[in-house]
Design a protein around this ligand. Structure first.
Ligand code: NDP
Ligand code: MG
Ligand code: MG
Length: 328
């Protein structure tokens, strides 16, 4: 995979340019502050409210999205993905000029055609591979989090160089930046969160918890065994892969891992994963999510409510009261 580091990126390409950070949430606050500390001229764009006030308190010039689109050379769109299309059409598109760059940290709206920029602007992605607070913390400590860079449209002939300069400004080239495409980033991101990280993991935890409770074991013990301890295991995997985790657990646990894992996630499961991936690739999931938003999120809200009432949530809330080290 092609990789870029500090020496591959030239921050002076951002000299004299203004970067507008649209949205001052998790990614927005981190990218805005890192860029400013790297000497880049940054303005923050939003709507009146909490984020707007926070950005002002943090010393940024804050303006409406429409005004930012007029003054900025690079427009980094860091609003929630499901809001981006509408704000783009209403506030950004009418103010775009040839030669500007539209930047994203996730490819959803470009890849699935919710944002269709004119041919005379650059369209690129710089995506830190971590939550915003870590993007900021690691940068202030002199490091950077790994990132992705992709170019969707190269109108100026300099889109990749400018995107890499931006990646350097937020610290990502200190760690290393992988070159990808909007398609690869978007489809793998959706697949990962659905099949493994969020959908897969929560379904596994709930099924384990339910199995124990239905067999007569106490919900408290089931919570510890199926949810609470998952963090310890995942931390070990994060630090040193599967083998580090298996080194750290007992030999009994490790033998059980080898014997039972493949009975839980079976060839059937993988077959379903391939189906999920195909639905993502064909744009079926994206379409469902866009329609869901247009309809006011009926399924999302109903399932959210139902999930909040699951016994694992009730018992978990009580048990976490005992854990003084967990932030409330
Ligand atoms: P957040 O939900 O944390 O922040 C969203 C921001 O957008 C808030 O400041 C919010 O302001 C603002 N906003 C919402 N609606 C509007 C609007 N109509 N007009 C103007 N501003 C608005 O977003 P994230 O930082 O999580 O995500 C931003 C992007 O980064 C997404 O594309 C996401 O996929 C990507 N990303 C996120 C990562 C993460 O760790 N969170 C990791 C990598 C990529 P207000 O206070 O007014 O609501
Ligand atoms: Mg995602
Ligand atoms: Mg145990």
């Amino acid at each position: 995979m092609k990789m870029y580091y500090d020496h591959d990126a030239d921050l002076s390409l951002l000299g004299g340019k203004t970067v507008a950070i649209v949205g001052y949430g998790s990614q927005g606050h981190a990218q805005a502050q890192n860029l400013r500390d790297s000497g880049v001229k940054v303005v923050v764009a939003g709507r009146p409210g909490r984020s707007w006030t926070q950005a002002e308190q943090d010393g940024f010039e804050v303006m409406t999205v429409a005004d930012a689109a007029k003054v900025a050379d690079i427009i980094q769109i860091l609003m929630p993905d499901e809001r981006q299309g509408q704000v783009y059409r209403e506030e950004i598109a009418p103010n775009l000029r040839a030669g500007q760059m539209l930047l994203f940290s996730h490819g959803f709206n470009i890849h699935f055609g919710q944002i269709a920029p004119p041919a005379d602007v650059d369209v690129a992605m710089v995506a830190p591979k971590s939550p915003g607070h870590l993007v900021r913390r690691v940068y202030t400590q002199g490091g950077g989090v790994p990132g992705l860079v992709a170019v969707h449209q190269n109108a100026t002939g300099k889109a990749k160089e400018i995107a890499l300069a931006y990646a350097k400004g937020i610290g990502c080239t200190r760690a290393g930046v992988f070159e990808t495409s909007f398609r690869e980033e978007t489809e793998t991101d959706l697949f990962g969160e659905q099949a493994v990280l969020c959908g897969g993991a929560t379904a596994l935890v709930k099924a384990g918890f339910e199995t124990l409770v239905e067999a007569g074991y106490s919900p408290e013990i089931a919570y510890f065994e199926c949810l609470h301890e998952l963090k310890l295991i995942v931390d070990l995997m994060y630090e040193g892969g599967l083998s580090r985790m298996r080194y750290s657990i007992s030999d009994t646990a490790e033998f059980g891992d080898y014997m039972t894992g493949p009975r839980i996630v079976t060839e059937e499961t993988k077959k379903e994963m391939r189906k999920v991936l195909e639905e993502i690739q064909r744009g079926e999931f994206a379409k469902k999510w866009i329609l869901e938003n247009q309809a006011g999120r009926p399924s999302y809200n109903a399932i959210k409510q139902q999930e909040a009432e699951h016994p694992i949530e009730q018992v978990g809330a009580r048990l976490r009261e005992m854990m003084s080290w967990i932030k409330k």
